[in-house]
Design a protein around this ligand. Structure first.
Ligand SMILES: [Zn+2]
Length: 365
């Protein structure tokens, strides 16, 4: 278990194993099954949402010698070559570290010749928005007249930075952040396969702190397993290892803030920092919680979506707190906390900006 790399081990090998992004998987599968694929794709979206993973499955599917519908077989010579990571006709470039014209030139040279082994030559260009201007122009030239055997998949976290002339030549797909339920489902599946006994609350905390990035959530689970290889994993263990703060702390602090109890606020903050909460995570979790209060003030219906994974009791409390917290004061508190989050990086006493912000938030105008 020590050196287990969950992200690689549980990387999906076909479309069926791929979690989330159903809108994309469906369209792409249909294109493959009907033999109607494009020469250039642009996958954009938040990090860790499956862009390069899906690009690799796609490369495998179009090259598979035994494809069933749209699914690669993972057994034929083409699939095996791609899975081994040694396929010379599958070129993967990270534009973040290879920004230059030389890289594009070599692609242009390479793309001139038909594939050696696979049916299609596939180029996956990660972080495509980072290409230099010259490199991007060279890429555009290739995209203007792509050879019949070439397929380009550009992936980017910042689609707005892509040159429009390149983007317009691609079939475009937007990857969404994964939903709370989708991420829980995947982690549960991994835990079941690895025979990991973990509290449901602990999984919820990992997911809640990963902001829609499955890769981050899997990385955190991995980190926990390297610390706690045996026995049942509890939410308290996780908080200690990842320095995470669970919502019960923000909930409790919110009650104290509503009562405007300065002494208790300072005591509460200090107790939690002493117990090992990371100050940035601490502020982040309070901001996140108070933001939900603000959203609920504006639209009480949002309770259905903003507190996934929370118990009925916890939802009732947050609704009650949202009514009790004065709206103007709530906005002021959020403003002050956002400032404190920044100041913490430069403060010699880490928790001081937070303490000042909370006290000021309780003072009258
Ligand atoms: Zn195959």
């Amino acid at each position: 278990m020590q050196n287990l790399v969950l992200y690689r081990k549980y990387r999906p090998q076909n479309f069926k194993e791929f979690f989330g992004q159903e809108h994309i998987v469906k369209t792409i599968s249909n294109e493959i099954a009907s033999g109607n694929i494009s020469h250039a794709y642009l996958f954009s979206g938040h990090r860790g949402t499956g862009k390069t993973t899906l690009a690799r499955i796609f490369a495998k599917a179009i090259n598979c010698q035994n494809r069933k519908g749209s699914e690669p077989c993972n057994k034929c010579a083409s699939c095996l070559e791609i899975n081994s990571g040694k396929a010379i006709d599958l070129i993967e470039i990270d534009a973040a570290s290879n920004r230059g014209i030389d890289e594009i030139r070599s692609i242009r040279e390479g793309i001139k010749f038909s594939p050696t082994f696979l049916k299609y030559k596939v180029l996956i260009l990660d972080e495509a928005h980072q290409l230099s201007k010259d490199a991007a122009n060279a890429l555009l030239k290739i995209l203007e007249e792509p050879p019949a055997y070439a397929v380009f998949i550009l992936a980017t976290t910042e689609a707005h930075k892509m040159i429009p002339t390149i983007a317009s030549r691609c079939q475009r797909f937007e990857f969404h952040k994964l939903s709370f339920e989708e991420m829980i489902k995947k982690l549960e599946w991994i835990c079941e396969n690895e025979k990991i006994d973990i509290e449901k609350e602990a999984l919820s905390l990992i997911v809640a702190s990963s902001e829609g990035s499955l890769r981050d959530a899997e990385g955190k689970l991995n980190q926990i397993l390297s610390f706690l290889p045996k026995g049942k994993i509890k939410i308290d263990d996780i908080k200690g290892i990842l320095g995470l703060v669970d919502t019960s702390i923000a909930r409790e602090l919110t009650d104290i803030l509503i009562k405007k109890d300065k002494a208790l606020t300072l005591k509460f903050v200090n107790n939690n920092i002493e117990k090992g909460s990371d100050i940035q995570e601490f502020i982040k979790s309070i901001v996140d919680y108070l933001r939900k209060l603000m959203l609920l003030k504006i639209d009480p219906e949002l309770i259905k979506t903003i507190a996934p994974g929370e118990t009925k009791e916890a939802k009732e409390i947050i609704e009650k707190q949202s009514k009790e917290f004065d709206e103007k004061r709530l906005r002021k508190t959020l403003d002050l906390l956002l400032e404190a989050e920044n100041k913490t990086k430069y403060s010699s006493i880490q928790q001081l900006p937070l303490e000042l912000a909370l006290i000021e938030s309780m003072e009258n105008e």
